[in-house]
Design a protein around this ligand. Structure first.
Ligand code: NAD
Length: 500
């Protein structure tokens, strides 16, 4: 629900089927990264608002309107929601671009893909099954029920709000949970616009609730709320640590989708032009503001110089501009803090002795001056122990490393605390599959990069998180298993012995 007051949109949050302000009446500003101006105001939810949302969700979980709904009907609601998102995808994409500054071609494509995530889990809603267990005890009938967890809390970042929300939400609703969502304070609007569609689709009140606010207050109140049965978090690793600590005090399980320092590894037998395009897609698409950014490029010595020439030539051609214009290829960073982080990251790379090959500063074009732009930046001569090779930048900064042997490439690729994704570029089929096994990463792309699907499980190894979203497997994340035992014999055995 939003109203325009002197051209600044005023949003409300959805709690228990009602559109409300924060109980304190406080709001925060949402800024447009291209203009640097406030374009909307959001309710600044406090712990009390979070508690109201969790209580509303708990009530919805027990309400026969949701609990008693047959799974096929849940599927029908999810399909209807997918249809509504499809009808409004262009608008939702525009809202996201205005809020986070990412390209309209990317945000619009993402919002157009979101319906398929709901259709996929709509189809799964009535296929969530338990099992009958063949025990040694022939007089006992044992079976399992796969049941919803209850209230699922979902905390998402600003970079791809609706897509990342759908990663958890579609499976959580298909499984019969109720949900409380907290979008990022930097990009809350699309989740509130989406909430209108959830309401329109006909989900019972309280099944889907949104609280908007800052991480340290609203997010923290969710992480520590004992009424939340599972917490799905997508964001940075430092935030994840705080959330996991708070959740652990209530023994609340978490699903964590975190960042990465993903490598693209290019061998001499690869199609180099495709590998250049894959490298560009990995680090400069979305301005590097993506968890799966391919921010390390590992080049075989034999093709290093030729590859760098092609890469720099393509990078030079990248069109920076208004993210709302279809022809733009690189937009601004989402926040001033992010811009400052990129600038200090580049300084640290220089100080460590990495060789600046391209970029390394803000653009000087006057038409970009108001926005939070940074040049696509390439560092050569990077060693894997440098900060630029180890830490996630979440900006358009690429570090290039050299290797000679396959084992050396694998060792370097794996030598970070992260393990979200990796790209392999080679025409040698044996090598490709060998590396796919050897790399510590939740997703491996061979001769491609930056592709996702609702049907394929997604998540991290090591410090990139735990648990899996997407695919059939994600249903397991949002359900719990109950084992039911039935005595079929007329008499009971020795009561003093465990029946084992
Ligand atoms: P962030 O960790 O700063 O914030 C993510 C969310 O957590 C926001 O909603 C924020 O308000 C909330 N939050 C912040 N502090 C909190 C606290 N103490 N308690 C509870 N909630 C809190 O991340 P960001 O800057 O919004 O996004 C960038 C990060 O997200 C990057 O590290 C990126 O790699 C990661 N990311 C991961 C994936 C993935 O699927 N693996 C996808 C996109 C982004």
């Amino acid at each position: 629900m939003a109203t325009a007051v002197s051209s600044v949109m005023q949003y409300k949050m959805l709690i228990g089927g009602e559109w409300v302000d924060a109980s304190s009446g406080q709001t925060y500003d949402s800024m447009n990264p291209y203009t640097g101006q406030t374009w909307a105001q959001m309710p600044d939810a406090q712990a009390e608002d979070v508690d109201r949302a969790v209580q509303a969700a708990r009530k919805a979980v027990k309400d026969p309107a949701w609990r008693g709904m047959v799974p096929a009907q849940r599927g029908a609601l999810l399909r209807r929601l997918g249809d509504l998102v499809a009808e409004n995808a262009e608008y939702l994409g525009q809202i996201e671009t205005r809020d986070n500054g990412k390209l309209i071609r990317e945000m619009s494509a993402q919002c157009k893909a979101v319906p398929s995530y709901f259709y996929f889990y709509a189809g799964l809603a009535d296929k969530i099954q338990g099992a009958t267990i063949p025990l040694e005890k022939t007089s006992v009938f044992n079976y399992t029920l796969r049941e919803p967890i209850g209230v699922v809390g979902i905390i998402i970042p600003w970079n791809s709000p609706l897509l990342l929300l759908s990663f958890s939400l579609a499976a959580a609703l298909a499984a019969g949970n109720a949900v409380v969502v907290k979008p990022s304070e930097h990009a809350s609007a699309s989740t509130l616009e989406f909430a209108k569609l959830v309401e329109q689709a006909g989900f019972p009140p309280g099944v889907f609730n949104v609280v908007t606010g800052y991480g340290a207050v609203t997010g923290s109140a969710m992480a520590s709320h004992p009424g939340i049965g599972k917490l799905s978090f997508t964001g940075g690793p430092e935030t994840a640590r705080k959330i996991a600590e708070q959740a652990a005090l209530n023994l609340t399980p978490t699903l964590l989708e975190l960042g990465g320092k993903s490598p693209n590894i290019v061998f001499p037998d690869a199609n180099l032009q495709n590998a250049v395009n894959g490298t560009i897609a990995g680090i400069f698409a979305a301005g590097g503001q993506t968890c799966i950014a391919g921010s390390r490029l590992l080049l075989h010595e034999d093709i290093h110089d030729e590859f760098m020439e092609r890469l720099v030539a393509r990078t030079r051609d990248i069109r920076m501009g208004d993210p709302a214009a279809m022809e733009s290829e690189l937009g601004p960073l989402a926040t001033t803090a992010q811009l400052a982080k990129v600038e200090s990251f580049v300084e640290s790379a220089r100080a460590e002795g990495a060789e600046l090959v391209y970029g390394g500063c803000r653009p000087d074009a006057p038409e970009l001056a108001a926005g939070w732009f940074y040049m696509p930046t390439i560092f050569g001569g990077v060693r894997n122990d440098m900060y630029v090779a180890q830490e996630e930048v979440f900006g358009p900064v690429l570090g290039v490393l050299r290797f000679r042997e396959e084992e050396e490439a694998v060792a370097m690729a794996n030598d970070t605390r992260y393990g979200l994704a990796a790209g392999i570029w080679t025409d040698d089929i044996k090598r490709a599959h060998r590396l796919a096994r050897d790399l510590d990463a939740g997703t491996v792309w061979i001769n491609m990069y930056r592709a996702l699907s609702y049907a394929s499980p997604f998540g991290g190894y090591k410090g990139s998180g735990h648990g899996r979203e997407l695919g059939v497997e994600a249903i397991n994340e949002f359900t719990q298993v109950k084992s039911v035992w039935v005595e079929l014999a007329e008499t009971t055995p020795d009561p003093f012995v465990l029946r084992i």
